[in-house]
Design a protein around this ligand. Structure first.
Ligand SMILES: CC(=O)N[C@@H](CCC[C@H](N)C(=O)O)C(=O)O
Length: 377
């Protein structure tokens, strides 16, 4: 961790203390609203939507609305960083950088409150990116309709790149995602009488192993897919045969066709487990996110601008199997998302991740300069 004194790093630390689940970002929303209340009000209009916030920074002679979006929610992870400003919410942590994303959004917004710009700048604080997904309902909400941006951008922290790096590519950047929940119900019983029960721990174990064959055996090796089961629950006590088990996971693909193929194979395997173990199974796909697809013209232009200005180092990266509901914004509005290097040995969703806060000021400078450039007559 650096000892950055930049004010938005301090804001990030305060936000880091209060990670909240999707659509429960009440303290986060209040913190941001309190901050916004301290800004000169004649340049801003503020609307709330559920736990989200939409801010319009008024341009002097607006010809377009330029959007910038940040996510807001934390993750159910018990923090293990060395920070003195660790999460004050037991079992919750900002482990995906949304605290940095929000502080950068506030830095950008503050810049345009203090420095006039021709066009309107719309800053979106979007809840529930980690699930169940705030982007789709936010896009449909009444509060956004007359402020809908003409172009939009966002960033995501990237642990693997040095500070001062932007990594991006035109076209697909993040995968299609689908959550996966499978509930198995059999017959419980005494541990010593397996012949009188249907053990759902054994059924779940077999199903997890079978699911791992789908990408290896059913997906074209030249295509990409991931099935991760991140959580298994089952049973009640060590000497009771489990009546119920639940698998929770996520599916990732680079194409909609592969997503359908994988879901078809999951359904077939689950039917097989039902028959084989004489149990009942229910599949729920939870929330699904569209791929993040960077609009080619704007992305190429942004990449050239970064190279020419030298504001940061530019890396043309490969696509990743991460998901982001910002993909829904990009389906409707031309724009792009880029990775922002934060140089930490621990990856996203890790309890020890400590992003380098020097990236915050660099991101604010880069995005504000870019928006100013796009807004120049
Ligand atoms: C950037 C990032 O880590 N995003 C999350 C999005 C989660 C989508 C959904 N809840 C799922 O688990 O499928 C990710 O895990 O990639």
């Amino acid at each position: 961790m650096t000892t950055a004194t930049y004010p938005f790093a301090e804001i990030r630390r305060q936000l880091h203390r209060i990670p909240e689940p999707g659509f429960q970002e009440f303290k986060t929303q209040k913190f941001i609203l309190d901050y916004l209340a301290g800004l000169p009000q004649h340049r801003v209009e503020i609307r709330t939507w559920r736990t989200g916030i939409i801010v319009r920074v008024k341009g002097t002679d607006p010809r377009q609305r330029i959007g910038y979006r940040t996510d807001m929610d934390g993750l159910p992870i018990e923090e293990e960083t060395s920070y003195p400003f660790r999460s004050s919410h037991p079992g919750y942590m900002h482990a995906c950088g949304h605290d940095l994303h929000m502080s950068i959004a506030l830095g950008i917004l503050t810049h345009f409150v203090e420095n006039e710009i021709r066009d309107d700048v719309i800053v979106l604080f979007q809840p529930a990116e980690e699930g169940p997904g705030g982007a789709l309902p936010m896009l449909a909400c009444d509060e956004l309709q007359d402020w809908m941006p003409d172009m939009i951008l966002a960033l995501h922290i990237a642990p693997e790149y040095p500070v001062g790096t932007i990594a991006i590519k035109p076209g697909i950047l993040f995968a299609n995602t689908s959550e996966l929940f499978i509930d198995l119900t059999g017959k419980g019983g005494h541990a010593a009488y397996p012949h009188q029960a249907n053990d759902m721990v054994v059924a779940a174990a077999q199903l997890v192993s079978q699911l791992q064959t789908i990408v290896a055996r059913n997906v074209n090796p030249l295509d990409s897919g991931v099935i991760t089961i991140g959580k298994i629950e089952g049973g009640t006590k060590q000497n009771i045969i489990a009546e119920k088990a639940r698998l929770e996971g996520t599916i990732r693909t680079l194409s909609a066709e592969t997503m359908e193929r994988i879901k078809g194979r999951i359904e077939a395997m689950v039917r097989g487990v039902e028959a084989g173990f004489e149990c009942k199974a229910a599949i729920d796909y939870g929330s699904n996110y569209r791929q993040v697809y960077n609009e080619e013209t704007l992305t190429d232009e942004f990449m050239s601008w970064v190279r020419e200005t030298g504001v940061m180092n530019l890396v043309e990266c490969r696509e990743a199997m991460t998901g982001e509901d910002f993909g829904y914004f990009l389906e409707k509005i031309p724009g792009f998302l880029f990775w922002l290097g934060v140089d930490t040995p621990y990856g996203l969703h890790h309890a020890k991740i400590e992003p380098d806060e020097d990236a915050i000021a660099l991101a604010v400078t880069t995005v504000t300069r870019y928006i100013e450039w796009k807004s120049t007559p």
